[in-house]
Design a protein around this ligand. Structure first.
Ligand SMILES: C[S@@+](CC[C@H](N)C(=O)[O-])C[C@H]1O[C@@H](n2cnc3c(N)ncnc32)[C@H](O)[C@@H]1O
Length: 295
C-alpha cells in the first residue's frame, strides 16, 4: 500500500519512514550524498541535487565511493583477522551493504563495534542494527545479555574528540585497555583546514593502547585541482564542506602510528583482494592502516 502510494505520488512525495523529527532534510548531508553515490535509497532530493553538481564535474565519483567502501571492507577484515576485536567507527555513515558492523560480524562475530556519526539520520538508521530497531535515543547499545552490549550507536562530532570519547566510554562497549581499531574512513576531508585534522587523529591515538590501529582514507585533488574544486562545490551547501588534502598531508595524519605495507597509498593499491581493475589515477582517495607501537 505504502509502495503503491509512493509510486503514484512519485519517489520524492513521501519522506522515508525513518526520517526523525527536527531534521532539516532540505540541507544536503555528507552521509546521504555518499549513500546516493553508492546507489543507496537513504537520501533526499537536496542530497541528490548536491551529488549531481559533483558528478557533473567528476563522473568518476561513484567509482571513488565504491573504492572507498571496498577499502573499508579490506581494512576491517585485515584487522579482524589480525585479532582486533574492538572497532570504533568514526563517521560510520548510513549502514548500507559493506558497512563496518556487517564486515566485522562476518569475520569476528563476537567483536565489539561502536558506530559514531554526527548526522541524526545516520544515527536513527544505525539504530536498526541495535535490538532489531528498538531504542530511539541518540545513543543506545545492544544488550548482549550481560548488561554490556556488543554494538552501540553514538551521536557525536569528531571535532570535539573529548566529548565524543566521553559518550563512547559511557556505553561501556569498548575496553580501552585492550587494542581498538579506530576508523576514520572518508571522514577527515569533512574537517576544515582550521579544525586541526592531525590533532584530532593524535587525540584518538593517545587514547588507545599499544597494539591499537588507525584506519584512514581521505580525498586528494587527483592532481587536477580545477576539476576537484568544481566537484567539491557539491558539498558547498552541505552540513560540512569537503576539503582535499595532498598525499603528503594525508600521510602526515598517520604521524603517531606505523603504517603497515604498502603504506599510505591510493585506495585500490592497499592490499587488493585480486588484480586491480580500478583506474587508479581516477580514484582520488589515499589511505592506509597504522598500528600504535609500544612507547
Ligand atoms: C563519506 S561518509 C563515510 C562513511 C563510512 N565511513 C564509509 O567510509 O563508508 C562520511 C561520514 O562522516 C560523517 N561525518 C562528517 N563529519 C563528521 C563529524 N564532524 N563528526 C562525526 N561524523 C562526521 C558523515 O555524517 C558521514 O556519515
Amino acid at each position: 500500500m505504502a509502495e503503491e502510494l509512493r509510486s503514484s505520488l512519485g519517489r520524492e512525495a513521501l519522506a522515508p519512514q525513518w526520517d526523525p523529527p527536527q531534521v532539516d532534510t532540505t540541507r544536503p548531508h555528507p552521509a546521504r550524498i555518499y549513500d546516493y553515490l553508492l546507489g543507496g535509497k537513504d537520501n533526499f532530493p537536496a542530497d541528490r541535487a548536491a551529488a549531481q553538481v559533483a558528478l557533473r564535474a567528476l563522473p568518476e565519483l561513484r567509482a571513488m565511493a565504491r573504492a572507498n567502501r571496498a577499502f573499508l571492507g579490506r581494512a576491517v577484515r585485515f584487522l579482524a583477522r589480525a585479532g582486533i576485536d574492538q572497532f570504533l567507527d568514526l563517521g560510520s555513515g548510513v549502514p548500507g551493504p559493506g558497512h563496518t558492523a556487517q564486515v566485522v560480524r562476518a569475520v569476528a562475530p563476537g567483536a565489539r563495534v561502536v558506530l559514531v556519526d554526527y548526522d541524526p539520520i545516520v544515527v536513527a538508521h544505525s539504530m536498526a542494527l541495535v535490538d532489531g530497531g528498538a531504542g530511539t535515543g541518540a545513543s543506545a547499545s545492544a544488550d548482549g545479555g550481560s548488561g554490556v552490549g556488543r554494538l552501540a550507536v553514538v551521536q557525536a562530532d569528531v571535532r570535539d574528540p573529548q566529548e565524543l570519547l566521553d559518550r563512547v566510554r559511557v556505553r561501556e562497549v569498548l575496553d580501552f585497555r585492550r587494542p581498538v581499531a579506530v576508523l576514520m574512513v572518508a571522514l577527515l576531508h569533512f574537517v576544515a583546514e582550521d579544525e586541526d585534522a592531525p590533532g584530532i587523529v593524535a587525540r584518538f591515538v593517545r587514547e588507545v593502547s599499544a597494539g591499537s590501529a588507525v584506519v584512514i582514507s581521505h580525498a586528494t585533488d587527483g592532481g587536477q585541482p580545477e576539476r576537484s574544486q568544481a566537484a567539491r562545490r557539491g558539498w558547498d551547501q552541505a552540513a560540512s564542506r569537503l576539503v582535499a588534502r595532498s598525499a603528503g598531508q594525508i600521510e602526515g595524519l598517520f604521524a603517531g602510528v606505523e603504517p603497515v605495507a604498502p603504506g599510505v597509498v591510493p585506495l585500490p593499491l592497499w592490499r587488493p583482494d585480486g588484480p586491480v581493475t580500478d583506474d587508479v589515477g581516477m580514484i582520488w582517495l589515499n589511505g592506509g592502516v597504522g598500528f600504535k607501537r609500544e612507547a
